[in-house]
Design a protein around this ligand. Structure first.
Ligand code: DLL
Length: 433
């Protein structure tokens, strides 16, 4: 079902006209109401009047996650507080999270985007949608919830976790749709195989998964173990939450809701805009959001744009699966972590040296992190008991800095590999290419 034919199937000319109008409005709103943008425009020597064509967007300076952090919590609001009705924040625990605020209209746009995505993959109004994305400050749970309500599906706000109950609910309610992260979907599939509930006892048809990187192999595994079609959904807190883009039944790239979010791909090193088809960093500009308008946000997510029209008939630009990041951020079990946070945490502990290696794996379905740290010479010549005590302290320190439980091994001084150039601190063996 095409939820909003007028918006989803409009011609290229109509779309570009609408995008330009909306871009100009958003730029004015940001410039006139948010001092951060006014200063950025002044520094770049431009005013909103300089945005005469869509291509002129390239004159606008980029916005980064650090800019949003610096404005924590409400520095980028473009409307009076009384117009904001909901707040969400990023999952990161480092420094300040990035906060986003929605007006009633913003929530409606968000719900609209999700509703379009539900239509894209064949959800029906009488379907039972088991929403196993986490509810809370994370945008996953509430974003899908608002959209499913707008769509009219029967929403089960079960949130993430409690796997036994998830499986029982699937069986007892005969849920048609499951929404959760891909790694949790894999875990649900595996748990089902190991439970006394049979695949025939459940009625799932559709899975909608995102919030972290995943692969075609993972898709096949999820589809086989849960007997569903599994679809990719993309989004980020800073821009809105889930639903910025989503796959349709073709499973061939995610339709960007480009009447609400304007996509560009840049070379992450030079900032130069790249043509469609080339892989680079995704940059997004909100076209309709008024609570916090965001201009040219550097997502750091690596992808490419597909401009050829999709076989489903929708005309929006699509983006291919995310295959990496242009920074060193890791998303581990849904939590954003930078290696620098781990470094900061371990350096608080006496006996740990600044030589460390972070290894991320996914042995079954859940991410595992192992941190190898070289002990200082003094500690290493000490008793085994001291080493173990120090390891436990590092585990605790990393937990309090990042929220993650990791395995820590202290090793001999100078035993970790040294590199001549930039040191390699992270080995991510999860392989999302
Ligand atoms: O993860 C929003 C979301 C919720 C998307 C539910 C999809 C489903 P954040 O916590 O702010 O927001 O994290 C955003 O997660 O910049 C990507 O690096 C990554 N990400 C999100 N979706 C995908 C995806 C939500 N489908 C960051 N594939 C983004 C790969 C994804 N990475």
């Amino acid at each position: 079902m095409v939820w909003n034919k007028q918006a989803e199937c409009m011609s290229k000319e109509e779309k570009e006209k609408l995008q330009l109008e909306r871009l100009q409005q958003t730029v004015k709103l940001a410039y006139n109401n948010v001092s951060f943008y006014k200063e950025k425009f002044d520094e770049a020597g431009i005013t909103p009047e300089d945005i005469k064509t869509l291509k002129d967007i390239e004159k606008i300076p980029f916005t980064t996650k650090d800019d949003l952090r610096a404005a924590y919590p409400f520095g980028l609001f473009a409307v009076p507080y009384e117009e904001i009705v909901e707040i969400h924040a990023s999952s990161g625990t480092s420094g300040k999270p990035t906060v986003t605020g929605y007006t009633k209209e913003d929530l409606d746009i968000w719900s609209e985007c999700i509703a379009r995505g539900l239509g894209m993959v064949g959800v029906e109004k009488e379907y039972i949608l088991q929403n196993a994305f986490g509810y809370g400050l994370f945008t996953g749970g509430f974003g899908i919830h608002h959209g499913a309500q707008k769509f009219g599906a029967i929403t089960v706000p079960i949130s993430a976790g409690n796997t036994k109950r998830q499986l029982e609910t699937m069986k007892d309610f005969q849920s048609d749709v499951i929404t959760c992260t891909p790694s949790y979907a894999m875990y649900l599939g595996e748990s089902l195989e190991n439970s006394d509930i049979n695949l025939e006892d459940i009625n799932l048809k559709i899975g909608i998964h995102g919030a972290e990187m995943w692969t075609e192999e993972m898709r096949h595994k999820i589809e086989d173990t849960l007997n569903i079609k599994a679809y990719n959904i993309y989004g980020l807190t800073e821009i809105m939450g889930p639903g910025v883009a989503q796959e349709c039944v073709e499973q061939n790239g995610m339709h960007i809701q480009d009447d609400h979010f304007y996509p560009e791909i840049i070379n992450p090193k030079t900032g130069e805009t790249l043509p469609a088809g080339q892989k680079g960093e995704l940059v997004l500009t909100t076209l309709t959001k008024t609570g916090i308008p965001i201009l040219r946000f550097r997502t750091k997510d690596l992808t490419s744009l597909i401009i050829e029209q999709c076989a489903c008939g929708r005309t929006s630009v699509r983006m291919s699966r995310i295959t990496g990041r242009s920074d060193d951020m890791l998303k581990i079990r849904g939590v954003m972590v930078f290696p620098s946070q781990i470094e900061k945490a371990l350096l608080k502990i006496k006996g740990a040296s600044p030589n460390y290696l972070i290894k991320v794996t996914r042995p079954d379905t859940l991410d595992e992190v192992e941190v190898k740290v070289e002990a200082t010479k003094e500690l290493f010549s000490d008793e085994m008991k001291e080493m173990e005590k120090t390891e436990a302290m590092i585990v605790k320190s990393i937990k309090s800095e990042t929220g993650l439980r990791v395995n820590v091994t202290l090793c001999e001084p100078e035993s970790l590999p040294r590199s001549e150039g930039k040191s390699v601190r992270v080995i991510d063996e999860r392989n999302f290419e």
